[in-house]
Design a protein. Structure first.
Lengths: 234, 232
């Protein structure tokens, strides 16, 4: 973590601390390339499995595309969340981060933002591939917005829970069991909104799921901000 | 270990008696519902168990908050007791509902908001036990448990709101009507008596079980301490 002493006080500002953690994660990923490729390969395999499991012909595609996409993102997401926290724990980086003279919640936001970055990266590749394979245009401003909102909610809760699950005996196995039932509202609202957008529904029809997504994001980011101290406390 | 308090023994007997009375009222005293027939009698216990289960989940979330503030293990024991008893009651609610739904809706299960939220809530609290099981340090276990009950308590109502976007056929017997609901009915006076007595009976049983579980929690803590001392 880059420490830049400043004249006024010795503590880096909150934003600088968050950015430093995000930067650290992105640089580490750029050098090791162990997270995003795994998530990506996994996503593509899941899509292929869905293709045969659901027999995605033209008619079926219309109704299940949103569901397939979100199931893929959710599964790939747990993979990334697990790994990103396990790296911190196994190499003792977490202790180093906790020793840094910054607000603990900066660590949470740093990790959450880098987790979100990985998820968005995977989505940025999965979407065109899916569009190409199934001949549907997924690049609509509304849909991208829903995907962003959904991913924010997912990583907000996911980062908090992965920080918990990594400290348990069963760790990797536990995260999806803890995360998926709690994050279900995000996935359902996102599926509803994405499905509506893809089928050309009126804006008023997708307004409610959109609102729920925003409310969920706000509530759970605030919640994680409040309790993250308790998660990393020794 | 303190000897079993006399009040608790009395409460045990009272629980058994009220359960007996509630059973009698539900199966014999309450009039048979005109449309659904005898299967409607499941309703009294269905709502009774659901009521204490939700009460327990709320108590668990509140004790979670108090634990995080005070760090007193007493509140952790309270939280575990509430979640454990409620999870069992909620499971009974779901099973009873299913038994009723088979003749009333002609299906054991449907993806209705209440049913879906109920099953997801049940899964959240099962995950809660798995989380606790994976942590050895009692203090950390209590902290994580408290956070997770809060998370579950926040998420379950939102799940309910989301699934309502789809449709519902679950009847609302107490307050409010829903044109699409199937299996709704109006309660007669005797039905009401039975209904409120069932709520009362399950509340007594709930308190009794929580009390037992609290004593068990204290014992568990002691065993853990002995184990720790033995290992040192």
């Amino acid at each position: 973590m880059a420490k830049t002493p400043r004249a006024a006080n010795n503590h880096p500002s909150f934003f600088r601390a968050v950015l430093a953690i995000v930067q650290k994660d992105l640089v580490a990923e750029y050098h090791s390339r162990e997270l995003a490729p795994a998530m990506l390969a996994f996503s593509l395999i899941v899509i292929i499995i869905f293709n045969f499991a659901l027999e995605l012909d033209i008619k079926a595609r219309q109704s299940v595309t949103a569901g397939v996409l979100w199931a893929t993102f959710a599964f790939a997401g747990t993979l990334g969340l697990n790994r990103s926290m396990a790296i911190e724990k196994d190499r003792g980086c977490m202790d180093g981060l906790l020793l840094a003279p910054v607000d603990r919640s900066a660590i949470y936001f740093g990790k959450a933002i880098s987790n979100l970055a990985f998820m968005l990266l995977v989505e940025a590749i999965v979407l065109p591939v899916y569009s190409l394979m199934y001949n549907v245009n997924l690049f609509q401003a509304g849909l991208l917005g829903v995907i962003l909102l959904g991913s924010i909610g997912y990583t907000a809760v996911g980062t908090l829970l992965s920080a918990m699950s990594v400290q348990t005996r069963t760790r990797d196995v536990l995260l999806p069991i803890l995360l998926l039932p709690v994050v279900l509202p995000v996935l359902l609202a996102a599926v509803k909104a994405s499905g509506g957008l893809l089928n050309g529904a009126e804006f008023s029809e997708i307004l409610t799921p959109l609102n729920i997504l925003i409310v969920y994001d706000v509530i759970f980011i605030a919640f994680a901000f409040m309790v993250f101290d308790f998660v990393v406390e020794e | 270990m303190q000897p079993k308090p006399i009040v608790l023994t009395i409460l045990d007997f009272v629980s058994l008696i009220v359960l007996g009375i509630a059973t009698y009222l539900a199966l014999v005293f309450a009039p048979t519902e005109a449309v659904m027939g005898n299967v409607q009698r499941v309703f009294y216990f269905h709502v009774g168990t659901a009521w204490v289960a939700l009460l327990g989940f709320i108590i668990a979330a509140l004790s979670g908050i108090v634990y995080l503030i005070t760090k007193d293990m007493k509140w952790d024991r309270f939280e575990v007791a509430a979640v454990e008893v409620s999870t069992v009651f909620f499971f009974i609610t779901i099973v009873l509902g299913s038994i009723w739904a088979r003749p009333a809706w002609n299906t054991w299960w449907t993806w209705d908001p209440r049913l879906t939220t109920a099953s997801v809530t049940e899964l959240i609290y099962i995950a809660y036990f798995m989380l606790r099981q994976g942590i050895e340090d009692p203090e950390k276990r209590a902290r994580f448990g408290a956070i997770y009950t809060l998370l579950g308590g926040l998420s379950a109502p939102i799940t309910f709101m989301v699934i309502r976007l789809f449709r519902t056929i679950h009847p609302v017997v107490i307050g409010g009507g829903n044109a699409a609901a199937q299996g709704g009915f109006d309660m007669t006076v005797d039905m009401r008596t039975t209904f409120f007595f069932a709520l009362f009976a399950f509340t007594i049983i709930f308190i009794d079980l929580i009390w037992h579980r609290l004593r068990l929690g204290a014992l568990q803590e002691k065993v853990e301490q002995f184990k720790l001392e033995a290992s040192i």
